[in-house]
Design a protein around this ligand. Structure first.
Ligand code: ARG
Length: 578
């Protein structure tokens, strides 16, 4: 990877000037404008400030120490002390066509210092309808996991299901009082969710009786009451089937699914331990962790003896450290849980838990086109399966209307599945995760713009060249591998496309750095656009020479592979025709 390579060369060059080089070499970037070379290092200015010296002079000194003859044609100081680098033809050709050899990894070596991550994502609340917020967590968590793994990290995924909360008190109370046995037999999930909504409505209307009953049923469940446990065991599988059907459609699976119920037996021990160590204390009958200067304590036991979401999360940390010994734990939930995780991480610190980095990878809300939290037409909750159905059926309409009868209806449906689901996933991932975004089928399925459909179409279009030209890609790849054919980059647009393809690995590293898959979608969109420019300006099948034709075909192949790999990492499938 070019950036990685440049960083290591610059590290060598500035090693004698400062001890901590990493912050400085992080300032090397691909240039925004070709006039400033291919890459630009903005190292000299901050370094000059630190050393109280002249930036241009420092830049000159860095250049004189820098060894990049094998990478660059020219290295120049510009303006206030920028260092502009122009990559050499031979380096580019070498790099890009080496990618062909190892097709799975795109010529990208795994990082040297791999870390162990636990990614805690999705975490729907069982027996409550799964909503778009959980979809967001699911889609983001999966993309982040795939990117980390692609770069060689060890990732354990764990779905921290909400399978033990007060919603079960509501379900149990509703089950006893409002369940329609016939509907339950035919459509258990729908009936349970109807019952849940009845109880929810009563509680929202301030029905104290119902609220008390719900608390009591929850407490009985937690105390091991056998009737309540029986209902819990009965409804769990129905709900899980529904949740799993959504994961299946999204193509997602987890290494572990250890829900809240799993930790229940250890909660009393956690509270006792925190009390004993003086980390938590009693106040008004409740038990919590109190922090200096902050009003709200982190509650771990309520007045009535009930444990909380946070108690379980403390127990979960202890379990994960014991069982997996991770370097980093990521939690994917929306903004509203910011305080919870801040307090959880502070508590971990008070518990002297060191060597683990905790990160709340938070995200914004999904809004409807009216700007309010997104709801489906049918009512107060979003059935995620319904949402996926709708995307697929709208995609089918589009695929059918674009089809000039070369695709069978079976094929159209298969394509629509990937375009519809891919559309939902891409729409989410292409946003800055911290912003709210508006859920719009029209936008997400548009064939133009930064959408999955556009990217999938771009991929299919590149692939179609090989069919059209009757080209055997594998044969072409083998001829490069064996050295029989030596591709050469000649035209400017070829170079431009080659450089863009080579940024793939770096774009993943940027995306991983702060857990932002949108940096990968931005890259892929840029790649598709650069490819369009290349395709307009460089005839491929009708190139003037065979050598140019094969070189360009190889660039097409690499573009297709990069688009495919990138979309797959995001959790999106490509289609060969569309
Ligand atoms: N069930 C939670 C919710 O729906 C998400 C769980 C997140 N993970 C965690 N370890 N707290 O909000």
């Amino acid at each position: 990877m070019i950036l990685e390579l440049l960083k290591s060369r610059f590290t060598d060059a500035i090693n004698d000037l400062v001890d901590d080089t990493s912050d400085y070499v992080d300032l090397i970037r691909p240039s925004q404008d070709i006039r400033f070379g291919d890459y630009q290092a903005n190292i000299a200015m901050p370094l000059a400030k630190r050393l109280s010296r002249n930036p241009r002079e420092i830049a000159g000194e860095i250049i004189s120490r820098l060894r990049v003859d094998d990478i660059c044609d020219s290295v120049e100081v510009a303006g206030a002390g920028f260092i502009n680098l122009v990559l050499s033809e031979s380096f580019l050709s070498n790099q890009i066509f080496r990618n062909n050899v190892d097709s799975e990894k795109m010529g990208i070596d795994p990082i040297k210092k791999s870390k162990k991550f636990i990614v805690d994502y999705s975490g729907p609340n069982v027996a409550k309808p799964m909503h778009v917020g959980h979809l967001r967590s699911t889609v983001l968590g999966n993309a982040i996991t795939n990117m980390l793994r692609f770069r060689g990290h060890n990732v354990i995924t764990d779905n921290h299901l909400g399978d033990w909360g007060t919603q079960f008190g509501m379900i149990i109370f509703g089950y006893r009082n409002y369940l329609d046995a016939d509907s339950y037999r035919v459509q258990p999930v729908a009936e349970l969710s109807r019952v849940y909504r009845i109880v929810r409505a009563k509680m929202d209307n301030g029905d104290k009786d119902v609220a008390e009953n719900v608390l009591a049923e929850t407490a009985k469940l937690h105390d091991g009451n056998s009737d309540n446990l029986q209902i819990w065991r009965e409804v769990m599988p129905y709900s899980m089937d529904e949740i799993n059907s959504i994961y299946k459609r999204l193509g997602i699976s987890f290494d572990y699914t250890l829900g809240e119920s799993f930790y229940h037996p250890s909660l009393s021990g956690v509270v006792e331990d925190l009390l004993k160590r003086g980390i938590a204390r009693e106040s008004d009958g409740a038990i919590g962790v109190f922090f200096d200067g902050s009003e709200t304590p982190f509650l771990i036991r309520k007045k009535d003896g009930a444990y909380l979401y946070g108690t379980t999360d403390v127990a979960t940390i202890l379990y994960r450290i014991r069982e997996f010994n991770p370097d980093t734990i990521l939690y994917l939930t929306d903004f509203r849980q910011s305080l919870h995780f801040e307090q959880l991480f502070k508590t971990a610190k008070l518990m002297n838990i060191t060597g683990v980095e905790f990160s709340h990878v938070k995200f914004g809300a999904v809004l409807g086109e009216d700007g309010k939290p997104f709801k489906t037409r049918s009512g107060d909750t979003v059935g995620l399966n319904g949402l996926l159905d709708e995307a697929e059926s709208r995609a089918l309409e589009i695929v059918r209307s674009n089809n000039r009868s070369e695709l069978s209806d079976e094929e159209c449906k298969e394509i629509a599945k990937n375009v519809g689901i891919g559309g939902i996933i891409y729409a989410d991932l292409s946003q800055n995760r911290e912003s709210d975004y508006v859920f719009s089928y029209d936008k997400m399925l548009a064939m133009n713009g930064n959408t999955a459909a556009y990217m999938q179409y771009a991929y299919a279009r590149v692939r179609s060249i090989f069919t059209k030209g009757n080209i055997d890609v594998n044969d072409l790849r083998n001829r490069v591998k064996s050295g029989e054919f030596k591709p050469e980059l000649k035209a400017d647009t070829e170079r431009m496309l080659a450089k863009e393809i080579l940024k793939f690995g770096d774009s993943i590293d940027f995306a991983i750095k702060d857990y932002r898959p949108n940096l990968l979608t931005t890259y892929l969109f840029e790649l598709a656009n650069k490819y369009s420019t290349f395709f307009e300006q460089c005839p491929v099948l009708r190139a003037e020479t065979d050598s140019a034709k094969f070189t360009r075909l190889l660039l097409c192949d690499l573009t297709a592979k990069t688009l495919n790999k990138g979309l797959n990492l995001l959790g999106i499938k490509t289609v060969e025709r569309m």
